[in-house]
Structure formats: structure tokens, C-alpha cells
Design a protein around this ligand. Structure first.
Ligand code: PLP
Length: 399
């Protein structure tokens, strides 16, 4: 049997390579940070990192590392259990409380990843009598979560409120309705229009779910996410998020919101019931993260300054930048091949970025996605901008 299957796999892999979509992983040999070393053919290469989700620069933070080590000493390495059997420690409960306090929500449930939080969200709550109205550009984990649920599915074009209204009208046929959206869409860096979504939800008797993975810690005056940005703190029924981006960059996910929703998820959500608890050290470092972010706003402020600085300078240099309200800055090149050449040339200049093209973004919308961090120094930003400008001129993008 395997011989035939092997041939099939080899052909499939070759097709991926022929399409130019084969992903090679670059190997980093330092902690994750704004300045890293990658393994090269002739030894380590220093690069400035503009493609991590390390928005607040906490991935190598000393206080988080110390908190993790200290908790490992007193609470051990792993839980060897799911939460409801014997996998709940005091640290998990404290972290859930800290997340609820951060978002102004009633209760929180932890998962091994936000992928699991989204995957296990809809199926326990909704049935075939209900409706999910989903933004067309939602993250893969929301799409999968929706697929696992029997509710009737509606889809609206990205951020298109007229389309959302049409779908909400159609969804009046169902019993309960929930609108599902990313807080920040990862390819453009645009924020969902939550004020208008909320208004429509009120008008058409629907609930709202927001995935705060790219927005929490980033968006809003003090970085408390899209509910802060739109003055809707405590008003949205369900938020999901990750501990793998702004909040320390390790692993873990959460769903936070109305207490009955969280309570039912604890009883019925499959990735929660059938998957291991996050390690105490990870929970402790995450707890430290929320302590730091509640104490003062300097990381969020630095991130906002860095993003504004980068966007301003890149625009002045003549680049076509997608309007962004997050720490994601899409440098538009439109042509797929150019995006790959551009990224490769930047790597030669010691700038680490990723070029995206169809099918990750629409045809003819190829780009380089830059992700800013509070960890970037002004010097690193200037080096990045200078390299972009140099390569832009070389490749005829800039005059
Ligand atoms: C990154 C991301 C996830 C997945 O988070 P993990 O904790 O890494 O599984 C889910 N949703 C969105 C919108 C994301 O950007």
C-alpha cells in the first residue's frame, strides 16, 4: 500500500514546490527577539527580526523567565492531566482571573492554544437551529471551529457592514445568532469595525465573538484590545486570544466572556476536556505578563510609537503601505515574484521579513508583511527602513 501512497505524496510535494509554495524553516539559534541569529551555511547570521508576533517584546523577558523558573521549582514541570481530572493548579485559576480582569469579562477558560479555543468554541454552544455569521477573512482556527459545529453558516466580505446586515437578515430564520470576527486581520493589519458590528448585532438580535489574537496587547489606547478601542469593554459576549503573541509569545489560548458561556465550555468543549493542561511555568509567566501590563503602559506605548514611526518613514520613502491600525504593516508590491525577490534581498541586508502572495493573500496583492515590536530600537527601525529603501530602488519599486 505505502508504495502507491508514497508516490502520491511525492507528487503532491513536488507540485507544492513547482507552485513556489514549499515552506522551508529558517533555524534561529538565539532567544526570540528583535535581533536574532539564524543558522547560515557559513555560520550564524545576525538579522533584525520583523516577522515575529512578539509585539510587546516579551518573548525573552527576564521577569517572565524568572517567573517560569520559580514556578517550576514549586509546582513542577507538567500536569499529566486534563483540567477536570487532576490538571488544575492554583496558577491556572490565578491566570484565568488575571485574563478576566484584563478584558473586563466575567470568566475565562484556558486552552493549550487559541487554535483549540476557537476549535472548541462553537460546537458546544450552538446547534443546527442556530447561525454563525463569519467574516470571510477570519483565521483558519475560526473556520475550523465553525465547521465542527452544526449551526447554519453565513459569510460576509471582510469588514463589509452592508453584507453583514444582509446575512443577519437571512439569519433571522435561526434561533440564536453569533457574529464571529478577528479583532485584527493578520494580512492587512486592519481592525474589525467592532462599533458597527455591535450596532448591527443589537439591531438584529445577535451575539458577537471576537478573536483578539493579533489585537490584544496591541490595539486600543492602553493595548487592551478592540473592545478598548471601540469603548465596548464588557459588552461583547465572547473573546478568544492567545498567549503566543503579545502576551509573552509562549503557548496557550483562552476564551473569556459571559460566565454561563465559559461554564458550559468547561463542561463540553472538546479541546478542553480531552487535551492536557498548560504547564505551571507557562501559566506563571503568563500571569507575570498580565501583572506587567497592568502596572504601566510603557510597552504598549513603545509599540505604538515604533509602529507610527515605521509607517511614517516608509510612506515618506515612497512605499505603498496598507492603512493599518495595528502593529502589522503591509508593504504592497502586488507582484508575487517581486515579493519573494524583495524578501530575499532584504535578508541579504540582515532584515528578516516574509513575502506573502496568492493564495495567502488575493491574486495581485503580493506584499511584505512587517510586524513591529516594542523591542525594536530606533536604530533597528532605521536600519530596516534604510534596507527597504535600498532594495526598493534596486528592484525599481522606488524611483
Ligand atoms: C495566531 C492566531 C491564532 C492561533 O493562536 P495559537 O495560540 O498559536 O494557536 C488564532 N487566531 C488568530 C486570529 C491568530 O492570529
Amino acid at each position: 500500500m505505502y508504495q502507491d501512497f508514497q508516490k502520491y505524496l511525492q507528487q503532491t510535494l513536488q507540485q507544492i514546490k513547482d507552485d513556489g509554495l514549499y515552506k522551508n524553516e529558517r533555524v534561529i539559534i538565539t532567544p526570540q527577539s528583535s535581533g536574532i541569529q539564524v543558522a547560515g551555511e557559513n555560520g550564524p547570521v545576525d538579522v533584525i527580526n520583523f516577522c515575529a508576533n512578539n509585539y510587546l517584546g516579551l518573548a525573552d523577558n527576564k521577569e517572565l523567565i524568572e517567573a517560569a523558573k520559580a514556578r517550576m521549582d514549586v509546582r513542577g514541570y507538567g500536569m499529566a492531566s486534563v483540567r477536570f481530572i487532576c490538571g488544575t493548579q492554583d496558577t491556572h485559576k490565578m491566570l484565568e482571573k488575571a485574563i478576566s480582569d484584563f478584558f473586563g469579562t466575567e470568566d475565562t477558560i484556558l486552552y493549550a492554544a487559541c487554535f483549540d479555543a476557537n476549535g472548541g468554541l462553537f460546537e458546544p454552544l450552538l446547534t443546527a437551529e442556530d447561525a454563525i455569521i463569519s467574516d470571510a477573512l477570519n483565521h483558519a482556527s475560526i473556520i475550523d471551529g465553525v465547521r465542527l459545529c452544526k449551526a447554519v453558516r453565513y459569510r460576509y466580505a471582510n469588514g463589509d457592514m452592508a453584507d453583514l446586515e444582509e446575512q443577519l437578515k437571512a439569519a433571522q430564520a435561526q434561533r440564536f445568532r453569533i457574529i464571529a470576527t478577528d479583532g485584527v486581520f493578520s494580512m492587512d493589519g486592519n481592525v474589525c469595525p467592532l462599533d458597527k458590528i455591535y450596532e448591527l448585532a443589537q439591531k438584529y438580535n445577535a451575539m458577537v465573538m471576537v478573536d483578539e489574537s493579533h489585537s490584544a496587547g496591541v490595539v486600543g489606547r492602553t493595548g487592551h484590545g478592540v473592545t478598548e478601542q471601540f469603548n465596548l469593554r464588557g459588552k461583547i459576549e465572547v473573546l478568544t486570544g492567545t498567549l503566543g503573541k503579545a502576551f509573552g509569545g509562549s503557548v496557550g489560548g483562552f476564551t473569556t466572556g459571559k460566565k454561563e458561556i465559559i461554564d458550559l465550555l468547561r463542561q463540553r468543549s472538546r479541546p478542553y476536556l480531552f487535551s492536557n493542561s498548560i504547564p505551571p511555568m507557562v501559566a506563571a509567566a503568563a500571569l507575570k505578563t498580565f501583572e506587567l501590563l497592568t502596572k504601566d503602559n510603557h510597552l504598549q506605548d513603545t509599540l505604538h510609537e515604533n509602529t507610527n514611526y515605521f509607517v511614517e518613514k516608509m510612506t515618506a520613502a515612497g512605499f505603498d503601505i496598507k492603512p493599518t491600525q495595528s502593529a502589522i504593516c503591509a508593504v504592497m508590491l502586488y507582484d508575487a515574484r517581486l515579493s519573494q525577490e524583495f524578501a530575499a534581498a532584504l535578508q541579504q541586508e540582515g532584515i528578516y521579513v516574509t513575502g506573502f502572495y496568492y493564495p495567502v493573500v488575493p491574486k495581485g496583492q503580493a506584499r511584505i508583511r512587517v510586524q513591529l515590536s516594542a523591542a525594536h530600537t530606533r536604530e533597528q527601525l532605521d536600519k530596516g527602513i534604510a534596507a527597504f529603501t535600498k532594495v526598493g530602488k534596486q528592484l525599481g519599486v522606488l524611483k
